[in-house]
Design a protein around this ligand. Structure first.
Ligand code: ACO
Length: 328
């Protein structure tokens, strides 16, 4: 990348208090802990309180990240919120957050790339800062998937959770920071994973509500195949662009959708388990929040040292994928 070096200078995360376990779900749909754990690796997920929306979780994560960065909200130049569950269609969740934080001079917008949204947003912010247009940015992945999940559909309701992860980006010394990105989309796969109603194609109506069109639809098997494929191609590509080998990577931070997808990526990379962040068991798939929750949790647990090479990779609705390498 022909930009000044940009890195992560502050991290923060938030998950709501309420925990929904597999045992709880057994009482709601015909499923069982054994099926969920063996097929997905998920044991529990956090669920937003009725009064909590995406911007509320984003705010909690943002305050922590700004504090770690030692940056006042008023000094922020840019806020990007990656989400597919904004508080409302408009204004953007980023604008709502800008007001809550008091980040008066920050430009603010949302970015929609489902579970790849955080990596897409990092790439966007790195270009803004790297080019010199802005001095810093707050990038957040936040989703309240519980609001668009049908808790009578066992095919999807066991998979999702709520949360938010935030990072502050700023210029860093030469040799550090983001080294490469690989972003992509396969729009033809859009119908495999979508939420049909509530937009301009199919506005909300009595029928759309009755037919469950405001819930996530997913063709799990096809998304699984796509995921396994692009996790590996995006990883290869982002390593190539950075000039890194697989062996160079100190920590692998994959999107937390399904332990089997993560394991297949690790096998291909020949990575030992201690080099991979796995928290899908505690949080399930939190969409745009998934990679930042994994990254922030690892950083806060002391799993990343200065100079470590970290690889982020995810996939999601769109269909989309995104990968990044960072020298911490
Ligand atoms: N409990 C018990 N049985 C279940 C459950 C459940 N919760 N869910 C499905 N089953 C049943 C199915 O009905 C099916 O039964 P059948 O064979 O009689 O039809 C059987 O289990 C097996 O179903 P499969 O679809 O073959 O199960 P698979 O092993 O593929 O796992 C899963 C399903 C977990 C959904 C997997 O395909 C997957 O993880 N896909 C990727 C999902 C993903 O990553 N999505 C990202 C979306 S996030 C975003 O962008 C918002």
């Amino acid at each position: 990348m022909n930009l000044r070096p940009v890195g992560i200078v502050g991290t923060g995360m938030y998950v709501p208090e309420k925990v929904l376990t597999n045992a709880d779900l057994e009482k709601m749909v015909e499923t069982n802990d054994e099926w969920i754990v063996s097929r997905t690796g998920i044991r529990e997920r956090h669920i937003a309180a009725p009064e909590q929306a995406t911007s509320d979780m984003a705010y909690e994560a943002a305050v922590r990240a700004l504090d770690k960065a030692g940056l006042a909200a008023e000094e922020l130049d840019l806020i990007i919120v990656a989400t597919i569950t904004p508080d409302m269609a408009f204004p953007s969740t980023a604008c709502i957050l800008q007001e809550k934080l008091g980040a008066k001079k920050a430009a603010a917008f949302d970015l929609s790339a489902a579970c790849s949204g955080f990596v897409y947003s990092l790439a966007t912010a790195v270009n803004f800062i790297g080019s010199g247009m802005y001095g810093n940015a707050l990038v957040i992945g936040a989703d309240t998937l519980s609001r668009i999940t049908d808790y009578t559909d066992r095919n999807t309701c066991v998979l999702f959770g709520d949360g938010a992860g935030a990072v502050v980006l700023a210029p860093v010394p030469e040799g550090r920071g983001f080294k490469s990105f690989d972003l992509g989309a396969e729009g033809a796969g859009g119908p495999l994973l979508n939420l049909e109603a509530g937009g301009s194609r199919l506005p909300a109506s009595e029928d759309t509500v009755k037919n469950g069109k405001h819930f996530i639809y997913m063709n799990g098997r096809e998304v699984f195949k796509f995921a396994v494929r692009v996790m590996s191609t995006a990883t290869d590509e982002v390593l190539r662009k950075a000039g890194f080998s697989k062996e160079d990577i100190d920590l692998f931070v994959p999107h937390q959708a399904n332990i089997r997808i993560i394991q297949s990526a690790m096998q291909r990379l020949n990575l030992p388990e201690e080099k991979c962040v796995i928290n899908v068991d505690k949080y399930a798939n939190t969409s745009a929040a998934s990679i930042p929750l994994a990254l922030v949790e690892a950083a806060e647990a002391g799993r990343i040292k200065e100079g470590d090479k970290v690889l982020l990779v995810g996939f999601g609705g769109g269909l989309t994928w995104g990968a990044a390498t960072i020298v911490w």
